[in-house]
Each structure stands twice: as C-alpha cells, then as structure tokens.
Design a protein around this ligand. Structure first.
Ligand code: SF4
Ligand code: MSK
Length: 653
C-alpha cells in the first residue's frame, strides 16, 4: 500500500529548490502532482522488465522474470522475441515522434520558400548553402530559392524514400557507413523503417531477436541521422543557428507584475510565433492597460531549449517542473504543442485558474481549450493566447508564490559555434579538441542528455553524473531536460570550470568555454552526432565513431524517444548508459546481445546503472578503454601534438 502522501519527504523527490517549494505548496493546496502518483503507483514487476506481450488476443502473455526461459507465450514466442519486439516498438514510437516533428519543420520550410508562410523567413542562408553543398546540391551562381527548393526535395527523401540510402548518409564517417552497409542497416526513409519495424514485431512475423535488432538499428538510424538531423538543420536555417548567450533559468524568472506565459512542448514554431506576437505594440499596450509591466514569455522543456539561445529567452524548468510552475499561481497562460505534455497539466491549471491551451491538432487534451496554430497565419493563434493571458492577469484570484531562484548560464553551443570557438573565425576547426584529447588534457567527451522522471530524484543523477565527469576531465555535451537540470544547478556558467579536473579546466580557460556545453532540445542530439563525425574527420582519434573516447548517458530517462536516441547512438558506435530502469529482462540472450555482442560486431553497446557515480565510472572506464586502443593512454603529458604525432598515433591505433 502506498504511503500517505504527506510522509514522502519533498527532499527525496527533487533537488530543484523551486520545484520542492511548489510540491510543498501543492500539498497544502490539496493538489496532486505526478510525483505523488509515481509513489502511489508501483510499477508492475513484469512490465518493468518488458516481459509481457499483448500483440494478439491469444495473450496477454506474461513471462517469469525470475526464470525467463521456463515458459513461452501462447504462440510459442520466447522471452528474447518478446523483449526484442517490445524494444523495437519503443524505438519505432520514438523515431515516429522525432520524424513527425522533423517532417512538420520541413513542410514549414517548403511553405516559407514558396511564399505561402509570410511570418517566417530564412534566417541562416549560410547554413542552407552549407547543408546543400554537403548533399552535393549545386549552389554556385544559383539563386537561394532555387537551391532551397532542391534542398527541400532532397530532404523529403529522409522521410519518404522507399529504397536506397537517405541523403544524410553523406555525413557519416566512411568506416562507420561501411559497417552499416555490411550489416544491412543503412536506413531508408523513416516512414519505411517504422512501417517495417511495426510489421516485423507483429504476432507471427520476426521471431529471431538478432534479426529484430537489425531492424531496430535501422529504424533508430533513420531517426538520428534522418528525421532528427533534418529537424535541427531546418530549425537553424529558418530561425537561426544558435550561438552562446547568457540565459536566466529557474522559476525566479516569473514576474508577479507581468503577464507570465509559459510555452511548453517541442516544435519551435509556437514559441517563435509567440515572440512575434509579444512584440506587437497593440498587445503590449493591452497588457499595460491591464496593469501589467509587460509580457513575460518563458520557455519550458524542449520548446524553451530550442528557442532560448536564439532570442535570450528565459527558461523556467524541465519536464518534472511543468506542473510545479502552475502551482505558483503566477502563470497567466500555459500553451503547449507536442510531446511530453502531461494530461494532468489541464487539471492543475484549472485549480490555479490558468488558461491551458493546446495548439496542435495532433495533441489535443480532453477538456482543454484548443486554438489551432495554422502555420500560414500563426499569429492569429498566438495573439489570441496573449489576449487570454492578459484577461487572466486582470482577474487573478489565487495567491501567488514565486520561488526566487534564478540561475544564469551560457547556452547555445551549436556544432557550428563549437567549430568556430575552437578554431577561430577564419579557420573553424575541431583540431584543438582532438589535440587536447590526444595530449590528455581532455580525457574524452560525454553526451549527458534526456528526460527527468518522477521515479528518480528529480535532477539529482544528471547533476551528480556531470560533476563526476568534468572532475575527471571529461568534456560534457548536453541536450534536453538534462541541460536544464545542470543550468539550474549553476553548472552552465563560467564558475563550473572550478569543478573541472585540471586538464579540462585549463582548456576551458584557454578557449573561454564552460566544461558543460548546452546544445539544445532533445531532437538536437543530432548536433552531437555531427560533432562526433567531425572529430573522426579531423583525425588522430581513429577512423570510425566507435573508435572515439566518448560515451553517452540518459540518467533519468522516461520517454520512448530516449530509447530511440540511445539506440541510434549505440548503432553509431557509442557506449550508452541508461539510469534508473531499463526495459529488459535480466539474464536473457537479448540483454547480452545489446549489452555485449553489438560492441564485438563494431557497434557501440548499452549499459545500465542506478547510481550516478556508477554511471560515471562506467563511462570513464569506457573512455579509458578507447584511449588505450588508440594508443593515447600514455600521452597525458602537457604537449600539443603536431600533425606528424597525430598520424603516428593513428598508425599505432
Ligand atoms: Fe502471447 Fe504470442 Fe500473442 Fe504475444 S503474440 S500475446 S506472446 S500469443
Ligand atoms: S522534453 S523527451 S522529457 S528530454 Fe524533450 Fe525532456 Fe525527455 Fe521530453
């Protein structure tokens, strides 16, 4: 039986002070939050290990997690078939989410080029030309619109192509691509791969876990090197490629004397349109007439992460704080688009008299006000939302309690900016990064990404893991809710270098960068793939992504999207650790396949750990193993290697 809610200590639920204050307030107000439900609803032990199947009505079939081979499903499906199929469907769902988002961005791009969408334009023509060139689209002497139309046609294949390799395969390091070709996992269009994944995991189709894993890899690669990558590139082309800017984070960014509007979700278009509406003098005048000092637009979750560094917009918190922010009573409207939007936000918003507005036909919530955002006239929707927020400001009834904490940090490290930052404006280059890895100042690179989860102490594992990694000279790249966890903890500011090991701290000081680089939303993990590919291209760290002294981790993951991301990194050659839980039956052949065999085949591999220090230990051990394989484990003396040294290291690898 669940403990009475008041006995669960708030400090066991979160390390975010603002969220903790709001959980306490919600309890006083009698408002239930997902933290409470997560305590009350214990996970099914069979489901937790992914050991059940309901793919047909001869089941559901439940396996014995303590003795997984003592029975099979009614159809004869073994535990390996069942767990692999379930895993495959999670990857298909995550890939579908990212690619549907990416395709929406591509359609917006097409309509901007065609002049059908007039409120947005191409903000980064240089990136448009660079991407076109990387895909062998002629640019010389051509008009930008003609190049853009060709680029649209080419990128559409990322989603729809039924046969042959998708365009972004041109960006994969040749040796990695060779491995994928030999394994038969080079992706076609995402629609094709998702379709085949769903088919193969239906009752009575693919019942060989190794063969299922191949399609899992192919589907995940269609996400990371396909749908997600295109989404990021198009967002940059349309709205500008991020570069570092100081951002204010945490709930202290809310203002009692202003109209506070939260934008939460994933597609940048809603928040970009809100920014245009909020700058409208008529709406600003209405806010003033209502007694407000102004309109305070605040991002949350990945909507905020995607847009904040393009506009210097404040950010109130990550996934686990989206109910808590409503508890302040200070939110005059919360508006959402797609993904990671908890259904109970509507109920919490109702309690605090906050208008809760859905804007995307793909993500309505029962009982919530829906104002469809039509990309051809987006301001119609966003103007209306602002008017509703102003009305609520005028009629605020509930007491307001805003946590005071504000953390300032630097965000917006796109691949392009990292290149420029390391190499300088005339000779953008990853060479200094590789050199510092080779000489040992930087031990390796880690991607720490992903969600927060009420079954895991909010933000705790993200922060402890990253502290441990930088202390051991591992440079950390971040996206998604993890980035916001570190931002709130003050680790995205310049002060974080003081927590870094001596080698990493020295590099940070020389280059003028923090040891924790925030790259954007969860869909922007493709920026990490491109950065890793550049490291391979620059030389000295092996020939394929699997050779790099690098590792990834999602310590508090919850979404199927995270599984798709984890697997596209594994298939790309990266070691990936997931925390708090993993959808796997222990002691199965499928577990061994993902956790050991894939690496022997030249890919990366999965791992699991519950404690952040153990996650760090596993990642550092892997990085050290790769350093040893590259022959750079003995080169931690402080000398910059030249080209000849690096060629030598290459030859000895
Ligand atoms: Fe059971 Fe097989 Fe049907 Fe799954 S597909 S529910 S294992 S009978
Ligand atoms: S929002 S997928 S909780 S990172 Fe992208 Fe955060 Fe995870 Fe959603």
């Amino acid at each position: 039986m669940a403990k009475p809610l008041e006995l669960i200590k708030v400090e066991d639920l979160t390390i975010c002070e603002s969220t903790a204050q709001m959980i306490t307030k919600a309890r006083k107000d009698g408002v239930e939050l997902f933290f409470d439900r997560a305590q009350a609803m214990k996970p099914c032990p069979i489901g937790e290990q992914s050991a059940c199947c309901k793919h047909c009505s001869m089941g559901p079939c439940r396996m014995n997690v303590n003795s997984p081979y003592d029975r099979v499903g009614v159809c004869g499906a073994t535990i390996d078939t069942i767990v692999a199929r379930n895993f495959g469907r999670m990857v298909a769902a995550g890939t579908a989410a990212h690619t549907d988002h990416g395709m929406a961005m591509l359609e917006l791009f097409r309509d901007v080029i065609n002049g059908k969408v007039k409120d947005f334009s191409i903000k980064d023509p240089i990136k448009l030309l660079e991407i076109a060139t990387s895909l062998d689209i002629p640019t010389e002497g051509r008009d930008l619109k003609a190049v853009a139309l060709d680029l649209y046609q080419e990128l559409e294949r990322t989603y729809t192509q039924v046969d042959g390799e998708i365009p972004m395969m041109k960006r994969v390091p040749p040796k990695t691509l060779e491995l994928w070709r030999a394994a038969g996992i080079v992706p076609r269009g995402a629609m094709r791969e998702i379709m085949e994944m769903m088919h193969r995991t239906a009752m009575g189709v693919d019942q060989d876990y190794e063969n299922i894993t191949k399609q899992i890899s192919r589907t995940a690669l269609a996400d990371g090197w396909g749908g997600s990558m295109v989404s990021t590139d198009i967002s940059d082309i349309l709205f500008g490629t991020p570069s570092p800017v100081e951002i204010e984070c945490d709930m202290g960014v809310l203002k009692e004397d202003q109209v506070n509007i939260i934008v939460h979700g994933h597609e940048p278009i809603l928040l970009e349109a809100m920014i245009i509406s909020a700058a409208d003098p008529v709406l600003q005048g209405m806010a003033k007439d209502a007694g407000a000092k102004g309109l305070n637009l605040v991002g949350m979750c990945c909507s905020g992460l995607d847009v904040m560094s393009r506009h210097g917009l404040p950010h109130a918190g990550n996934f686990s704080s989206t109910e808590a922010v409503l508890v302040t009573g200070a939110i005059d409207a919360m508006t959402v688009d797609i993904q990671c939007i908890k259904q109970d936000l509507k109920k919490v918003a109702d309690f605090y008299d906050t208008p809760f507005i859905t804007t995307n036909y793909r993500a309505k919530i029962e009982g919530a006000l829906h104002i469809q955002l039509d990309e051809h006239e987006p301001l119609k929707c966003t103007d209306e939302i602002i008017i509703k927020a102003i009305t609520r400001f005028k009629t605020r009834k509930k007491p307001i309690q805003i946590p005071r904490k504000i953390a300032r940090g630097v965000h917006g490290f796109s691949f392009e900016y990292i290149n420029y930052m390391l190499g300088g404006s005339f000779r953008g280059s990853f060479t200094p990064l590789n050199e510092n890895i080779i000489n040992g100042r930087i031990r390796g690179v880690a991607g720490v990404v992903g969600c927060t989860n009420p079954r895991s102490k909010h933000d705790y594992s993200h922060v402890e893991l990253v502290k441990e990694l930088i202390k051991h000279d591992v440079l950390v790249l971040q996206t998604g809710c993890s980035q916001m966890a570190l931002a709130k903890a003050g680790l995205t500011g310049p002060g974080a270098a003081a927590l870094a090991g001596p080698g990493l701290a020295e590099v940070c000081e020389t280059v003028g960068m923090p040891p924790v680089l925030g790259l954007g939303a969860c869909v922007d993990n493709s920026r990490i793939l491109i950065a890793a590919s550049e490291m391979v291209k620059v030389g000295g760290l092996g020939d394929s992504l699997a050779d790099l002294p690098a590792a990834g981790c999602a310590p508090e993951w919850m979404s199927e999207k995270a599984i798709a991301i984890g697997h596209y990194f594994v298939a790309s050659g990266i070691y990936v650790v997931f925390g708090h839980t993993f959808p796997m039956t222990k002691g199965t052949k499928f577990e061994k396949h993902l956790f050991e065999d894939l690496e022997k085949q030249g890919f990366g591999k999965w791992a699991f750990a519950d404690d952040p220090r153990e996650m760090a230990r596993l990642m550092i051990a892997h990085i050290d193993k790769k350093r040893q394989q590259l022959g750079i484990d003995k080169t931690r003396e402080r000398v910059l290697s030249d080209m000849a040294d690096r060629r030598g290291l290459d030859a000895s690898a």
